[in-house]
Design a protein around this ligand. Structure first.
Ligand code: BEZ
Length: 185
């Protein structure tokens, strides 16, 4: 399998963590891709997006990262949607402040994106005490979201306001799959 890949992308990371957890990582060839809001990379096609790819990998590996039971499955999918929503806001804020020319930047807009992340973190903080030792698509998506905040938004200091999530991520972030997929610029 070929995966168009950016070492900084939290969505790619989610796919790779899933592949590691399913024992499929060695079957994935990483092809460089440059996802960017301005300099478009039109080679990126085929199976997309990360939500579809992880569903495919879970079926291929006959995994249970996406539960079969209907209510457990909905819970995991909602968690993935929440974590991806936090990531979408974070990536937009990142582009606004790293790519958009300084004179065009809109602080209130960035603050709105950061508020979405804050709301997502508050929801995660209330859910995380029930996670136990779960490793599934929901917890993987949250792990990748928190990892991206550490990578691009260290000053956001999310741990200061979310001790339960911080304690959980201390453990979850140490999984082999998370360590093997740490982002780099
Ligand atoms: C980043 O560099 O932060 C990034 C790269 C690819 C996708 C999303 C974010």
């Amino acid at each position: 399998m070929k995966l168009f890949y950016s070492a900084a992308s939290p969505y790619v990371r989610k796919v790779l963590v899933v592949a590691h957890e399913l024992g499929l990582a060695d079957r994935i060839e990483r092809l460089p891709a440059n996802a960017h809001p301005v300099n478009r990379d039109r080679t990126i096609v085929a199976l997309y997006d990360s939500r579809v790819i992880v569903d495919y990998l879970n079926a291929l590996g006959r995994g249970d990262l996406i539960p079969h039971d209907a209510s457990a499955r909905v819970r995991v999918m909602v968690e993935q949607a929440l974590a991806d929503g936090m990531l979408d806001a974070a990536v937009l804020a990142r582009y606004e402040n790293a790519v958009r020319p300084e004179a065009l930047r809109w602080k209130e807009w960035t603050d709105g994106q950061l508020d979405k992340i804050a709301c997502g973190l508050a929801e995660l903080e209330s859910r995380v005490t029930g996670f136990g030792e779960r490793c599934d698509l929901g917890t993987i998506a949250f792990g990748c979201a928190l990892g991206y905040l550490d990578f691009r938004f260290a000053a956001f200091a999310w741990r200061d306001r979310h001790p339960n999530a911080a304690a959980w991520f201390e453990w979850f972030g140490g999984r082999d799959s998370m360590v093997a997929t740490r982002p780099s610029a």
